[in-house]
Design a protein around this ligand. Sequence first.
Ligand SMILES: Cc1cc2nc3c(=O)[nH]c(=O)nc-3n(C[C@H](O)[C@H](O)[C@H](O)COP(=O)(O)OP(=O)(O)OC[C@H]3O[C@@H](n4cnc5c(N)ncnc54)[C@H](O)[C@@H]3O)c2cc1C
Length: 380
Amino acid sequence: MIDPTLNDEEVQFRDSVRAFVDKEILPNATEWDLAEKYPRELLSSFGELGWLGVTFPEAFGGSGGGSVLYALMCSELARGSAAIALGMYVHTALASAAVLHLGSEQQKSDFLPGAMTGDKIGCWAYAEPGAGSDISSVSTRARRDGDDYVLSGSKMYITNSPFADFMVVVASTEPDQGIKGLSLFIVQSDNPGVSVSAPLKKLGMGASEMAEIVFDQCRVPESDRLGPESGGFFEALKVLTLGRIASAAFGVGLGRAALETAWAYCSERVQFGKPIIKQQFVRFTLAEMATRLEAAWQLTMHTARVADAGHRHDQEASMAKLFASETCTWVCERALHLCGAQGYMRESAAQRFYRDCKVLELGEGTSEIQRETIARYLGA
Ligand SMILES: Cc1cc2nc3c(=O)[nH]c(=O)nc-3n(C[C@H](O)[C@H](O)[C@H](O)COP(=O)(O)OP(=O)(O)OC[C@H]3O[C@@H](n4cnc5c(N)ncnc54)[C@H](O)[C@@H]3O)c2cc1C
């Protein structure tokens, strides 16, 4: 649909990402999914194209753009492969953004230029076997020892960790202080105290790679602490809102891919003497899929514009993430249904979308956590 709110730069950028996706990602997406391996070299290509630095200042190799450009990129990439988009987002909107927002000038100069080119890839290590929605249950410990911290504990489900060069790790410096006792650390993946498991097997997002990380007496210099001691993660939660905008944009991009796939199948598939798209139920379903996706997109873009105007946008970001991810799940389920048995086959795009979509309701705060956040902002 025409979007008169996009300026020339935004349209041009979106179209360039779309052209790249059509040529380089869409033809390979199923193969990458089935191989269950992230094509790491793509992140270097994204770096060369300037996409890893879209929202980062020029001083560190970025292009100084905002959330609208980032959302456009996320939705286009997710249309090609949600798993590829996921790896890009963990590196940019979480790991690198934490360095940008909380790092010292030295840390920014040390880490960001390489992160923008794709030479150094980051992961975001928050979740643990015992800590998911409940942030205060993080048990990875960072104990002071002279000028160092010593990290012990484990992180679970960490995207990009099998090939990441650096990790942004959430660990407790004051266990009795709950969230306020959590700090952030930049840990090099080749630190001898770090071990990363083999990639974990999962339902969807096949081309993305995640693993468990164990920290065993992992020594990290004080200069690699990110932000304040006991309070770093609390600060990060306030500034890392781009992740929810990205998740919302993924939901729309992935949903659009599912709609396109279902549309093509229903146009070609002939039953009862005519293409099934001529059946009212099919036409109405496609119309509703498109309408819900458009509503999700408008909410996402509104949130991105509020963010770019410099206003707080936590409530909008939660609403967009909640609505777009649940819409995406609904759309992907309908797309699979409309594609019938052919869609159910392992090589079909429809079943990949159906497997990929669910994680959007879990990561970046589950739907229940988003509802809690929205209710709190509404004063309930
Ligand atoms: C593909 C994938 C990639 C991931 N990548 C990363 C990564 O790179 N880095 C990282 O740190 N983590 C990552 N995660 C983990 C992610 O952070 C967690 O899935 C998320 O924090 C939710 O935690 P949980 O899965 O342990 O669910 P739980 O917290 O155990 O929740 C289980 C269910 O209980 C519900 N629930 C929990 N508390 C409440 C409540 N108070 N009220 C109502 N309902 C509640 C939840 O909504 C959910 O439905 C990834 C997960 C997946 C699946």
